[in-house]
Design a protein around this ligand. Structure first.
Ligand code: HMG
Length: 406
C-alpha cells in the first residue's frame, strides 16, 4: 500500500512586511535580508488571525479544492508550536469549524517545527494499521513565528498554515515507508518558555543543530554510504529562511563527496551551486514571500514544486527533510504521483498572495504590540484590521475564545 499526500492547501494572513522596509527601519543593509537570508517578504498576522483561523482556512481549501467530503476525515491532527491554550488543542476548534464527524480522532502535536511531519507519519501509520477503514486524515500545520522587535530573529518571522489530506490512494505524493529516518537530541537551540509570546533562539547554534539532525535522519532513512542526489528530482528542506536550504544542501553534498564543500574549492563549490539551482532553489519562492511558518515551512516547498513541475516530474523521487528545534527530525523519500498536475489550481496560493496588503513599519509594530494583549481582550473587530470573508478570532469572553464568521 502506498500512502501519502492526497491534497495540499496554504492559507495565511492578509498582510505582509517587505524585507527592504524592515532593513531600512533597523539600519541594516537590505542585501543582508534579501541575499544573506534570502527573504523578500514576511507574512504578518493581526490579532484576529491566529493559529486556529489559519488552520480552518487552509483545511477548508484542501477539502473543497480536492473534492473531499468532510465525512471522509477520520483523523484530524494540527501540528503547531503556537497554540492558543495550554490545555485545549487547536485541533478541536478546527474540528468544529470544519464541521467534521464526531467519530473523527482529533489532537494536536507539538515539537517546534516538527509537529506536522510527526502528524503526517502518524497518519500514514494509522492508515497502514487498518484502523482508518477507508477514511482519510487531515493534517494541518499552523503557526505564527514571533521573535520580537529588534532581535536577530526578527527578519525570520512569518505566519501561515498548510493543510494536507493523507490517504491510501494519494493524488500528489506517495511516501516510501521503508525510507523514513528519524533523529532526536535534547538541545537548547530554540525554545519558548510558558511565560513568553516570543521565541528565544541561539541562532548560529540552531543552524548547527539543524545540520547535525539532517546528517542523522538521512543516515537512518537511506544509510550512510548512499549516493542519492543524482537520482532525485528535488530536495525539499525545512526553511526557516531561504539561505538555510542552501546550507542544508551543502551538507547533503558533503555527505556524498565525503569532504568539505566550500568557496575555497572552486570545483566542488560550482557542483554545489549547480545542484542547488537544479534541485532546491526553484521551489523556494513561496518561502521567500511568506517567511518562516514553522511546522508548515517544508510543505510550502512541496506546494511550490507541485504547482510548477508536477507534470514534468511525475513518477520522479524527491527527498523531504523536516527539522524541529529542541530537537527532532525526519528525512524521507516521496514519489510525485502521475496526474498530480491536475490539481495545480487547487494548491497554488498565488491569488491569495497577490491580494495581500503591504504593511508599513508603523502598522507592523502596532500589530506586534496589539498581539501582546489580544488573548485577554473581550472584543476584537476584524473589520478594524481590514479583514472580512473568513473565520476570525473576535475576543475572549468568560475565559473562552470566540471565533466568528465575518
Ligand atoms: P545574524 O547573526 O543577524 O546574521 O542572524 P548573520 O550575521 O549570520 O548573517 C546572515 C547571513 O547574511 C550570513 O550569510 C551573512 O554573511 C549574510 P552566511 O554566511 O550564513 O551564508 N550577510 C550579508 N549578505 C549580503 N549583504 C550583506 C550581508 N550581511 C550579512 N550586507 C540568524 C542570522 C539566522 C542566526 C538569525 O536570524 C536567527 O537567530 N534566526 C532564528 C533562528 C533560526 O532561524 N535558525 C535556523 C535553524 S533552527 C530551525 O530551523 C528551527 C526553527 O524553524 C524553529 C522551530 O523548529 O520551531 C527556527
Amino acid at each position: 500500500m502506498i500512502t501519502g499526500i492526497d491534497a495540499l492547501a496554504f492559507a495565511g494572513p492578509a498582510g505582509y512586511l517587505d524585507m527592504s522596509d524592515l532593513a531600512c527601519a533597523r539600519g541594516v543593509d537590505p542585501a543582508k535580508y534579501l541575499n544573506g537570508l534570502g527573504q523578500r517578504r514576511m507574512a504578518i498576522a493581526t490579532p484576529c488571525e491566529d493559529t486556529v483561523t489559519m488552520a480552518v482556512d487552509a483545511g477548508a481549501r484542501a477539502l473543497a479544492g480536492f473534492d473531499v467530503d468532510p465525512a471522509e476525515i477520520g483523523t484530524l491532527i494540527v501540528g503547531t508550536e503556537t497554540g492558543v491554550d495550554h490545555s485545549k488543542p487547536v485541533a478541536v476548534y478546527v474540528h468544529e469549524l470544519l464541521k467534521l464527524d464526531q467519530r473523527c480522532r482529533t489532537f494536536e502535536t507539538k515539537h517546534a517545527c516538527y509537529g506536522a511531519m510527526a502528524g503526517l507519519t502518524a497518519s500514514m501509520d494509522w492508515i497502514a494499521s487498518g484502523r482508518a477503514r477507508g477514511r482519510k486524515a487531515l493534517v494541518i500545520a499552523s503557526d505564527i513565528a514571533r521573535y520580537g522587535l529588534n532581535t536577530p530573529g526578527e527578519p525570520t518571522q512569518g505566519a501561515g498554515a498548510v493543510a494536507m489530506i493523507v490517504s491510501e490512494k494519494p493524488r500528489l505524493l506517495g511516501i516510501d515507508p521503508s525510507r523514513i529516518g528519524d533523529y532526536t537530541r535534547q538541545v537548547m537551540d530554540f525554545w519558548r518558555p510558558l511565560y513568553s509570546k516570543y521565541a528565544f533562539a541561539d541562532g548560529h547554534y540552531s543552524i548547527q543543530c539543524y545540520l547535525d539532525a539532517l546528517v542523522g535522519a538521512r543516515a537512518d532513512a537511506v544509510g550512510e554510504c548512499v549516493d542519492l542526489l543524482d537520482s532525485l528530482a528535488a530536495c525539499l528542506y525545512h526553511v526557516p529562511f531561504v539561505k538555510m536550504a542552501f546550507k542544508a544542501h551543502q551538507r547533503q553534498l558533503e555527505i556524498e563527496h565525503g569532504g568539505v564543500v566550500s568557496r575555497d574549492h572552486n570545483e566542488s563549490w560550482q557542483v554545489l551551486k549547480d545542484s542547488y539551482q537544479r534541485l532546491v532553489a526553484p521551489w523556494l519562492s513561496l518561502n521567500a514571500d511568506i517567511g518562516n511558518i514553522y511546522t508548515g515551512s517544508l510543505f510550502l516547498t512541496l506546494i511550490d514544486l507541485l504547482r510548477q513541475q508536477a507534470s514534468a516530474l511525475a513518477g520522479r523521487e524527491v527527498s523531504l527533510f523536516s527539522y524541529g528545534s529542541g530537537c527532532g527530525a525526519t528525512f524521507c523519500i516521496g514519489r510525485i504521483i502521475d496526474g498530480a498536475e491536475r490539481w495545480r489550481g487547487a494548491l497554488d496560493p498565488s491569488a491569495q498572495l497577490q491580494a495581500r496588503r503591504r504593511l508599513s513599519i508603523d502598522e507592523y509594530e502596532a500589530l506586534v504590540h496589539a498581539s501582546e494583549t489580544s488573548d485577554s481582550l473581550e472584543a476584537l473587530d476584524p473589520a478594524s484590521f481590514g479583514l472580512h470573508g473568513g473565520v476570525y478570532y473576535t475576543g475572549t469572553r468568560d475565559h473562552c475564545r470566540q471565533y466568528t464568521h465575518a
